[in-house]
Design a protein around this ligand. Sequence first.
Ligand SMILES: Nc1ncnc2c1ncn2[C@@H]1O[C@H](COP(=O)(O)OP(=O)(O)OP(=O)(O)O)[C@@H](O)[C@H]1O
Length: 517
Amino acid sequence: MDNAAMAGDAARLDVQSLSKTFGTAKVLDNVALSVSAGEIHGVAGQNGSGKSTLVKILTGFHQPDPGGVYVVDGVAMRHPVRWREVHAAGVSVVHQDLGLLDQLTVAENVCVGGFPTSRFGYIDRTARDRVTRETLARLGVDLAPHKSVGSLTAAERAEVAIARAMRDHDGGSGLIILDESTRALTGEDLARIHALLGRIATAGSAVLIISHNLPELLAITDRMTILRDGRVAGAGLVTRDLSEAEIARRMLGAEVAAIAPRSTRVVRPTAAAVEVSALRSPRIGPLEFSIAAGEVLGLTGVPGNGYEEIPYLMTGATRAESGQLRVGGKTVNLSNSSVSRCIRAGVVLVPERRDRDGLAYELSVRDNISLPALRSRGRPWYVAQRWQREEAKEAGDLFDIRPRNPLLLVKQLSGGNQQKVLLAKWMALAPALVVLHEPTQAVDVGARQDILASVERAADNGASVLLVSSEPEDLALACDRVLILDEQGLSPAKALTTDTILEQIYAQKPESAGSHP
Ligand SMILES: Nc1ncnc2c1ncn2[C@@H]1O[C@H](COP(=O)(O)OP(=O)(O)OP(=O)(O)O)[C@@H](O)[C@H]1O
């Protein structure tokens, strides 16, 4: 698409000479970025290259170093940059987690932070519903304002978040920033949100989208800016002149070597080392499957059909209605278990939500990596032992954790590098069963390969691995076998190719899809 050409060349966003220093680290260095009216502009970059920092500066969360220029629709932003002024100038943002309140309605979510009030200060429900209806109609989104957000599909939730961001934009004005907000969407859900972004751009607003999904950026953007180590490694490149390989090369400064699918390289193990039986929750089951030692088993389904619950049900994180897990000669009752009991049985979970379930943000990289082994390998934890230092160094090298400083607090790392720490933390335990949920979400192309390689390495070292993912490409690449959950239960993928897995997933759609567990 070339919306920019259609809507003229007025810059909605113009950034020049923008830098940001944390302590002694310059994480953005002289960045320039320009987005025209009617343009969809993509930003890509390796984990830690500065994308989120850029968004945080544009929204006034971080202050840039002195000297930068930041202009919205012709209005120069004053220093310090304040969200109120940026927003008034026409900038809005949709964050990764969408920031929705599930217990509230569509209208309450769309109007949150800007409730129309009556002259006595009460919330004016009629005005609120009218604003919501008008916003949704303007965006071409068909949603009832009174529906509860907790009951919506993944695509509908993204529509509500985008509607909230667009609520105060006068027709065709301003800039909407999507900071990896499409990352949990796949297939038709993703296509639906792309169509919405296309409509927003065609109406004359500008869209700035940050994503690790290179096919997504190639499909919907007009131009792209690529960051590498905080510097621009490609400014305003016309997307139709780019390929995935070219973007990756600019991002990483090197070619990304393709890896061969596991199924073509490895002799399939046969004897079951892990057996799951009678696994049932209110939404799924009973299910039964097994994983051999040294095997990577993939598991997927239509988003929201319940397959996303399986990693949590199998590891004691969510209590199952019924279910047994046999691993290493022990049997765990999944209707009456806990995470710590599962860990003692040699079962670890690498969850999707690292912020909620996986990492201690206020602790260092080193402490996070060695936490699970502290009990068995000796205290006190506040004095770093040699094995802790060695383990942290090894993990840093193996997973390419950047910056390579094990004393940094996890909260100081970029999102993708936090994901690598989470993996390193569990892999260091040499578990019998590793269960991973969406391990490559929000990581760059190079890190994705490192993570899939580490998953395979765990299996090659004798672990059983369950890879639960919405990414058919990851499943086709890293698995020995893939199971697909539908209303009939689990069935094996007929072939380990992206297309076959996708076709099988969407051969049967559920009646109603809910949100992630
Ligand atoms: N509060 C902070 N203190 C110190 N360093 C920080 C802080 N926030 C970010 N950084 C550093 O700034 C750099 C850029 O991080 P940023 O989160 O912007 O990267 P990113 O491109 O968004 O990465 P990802 O794709 O992994 O989300 C990283 O090296 C990170 O460690």
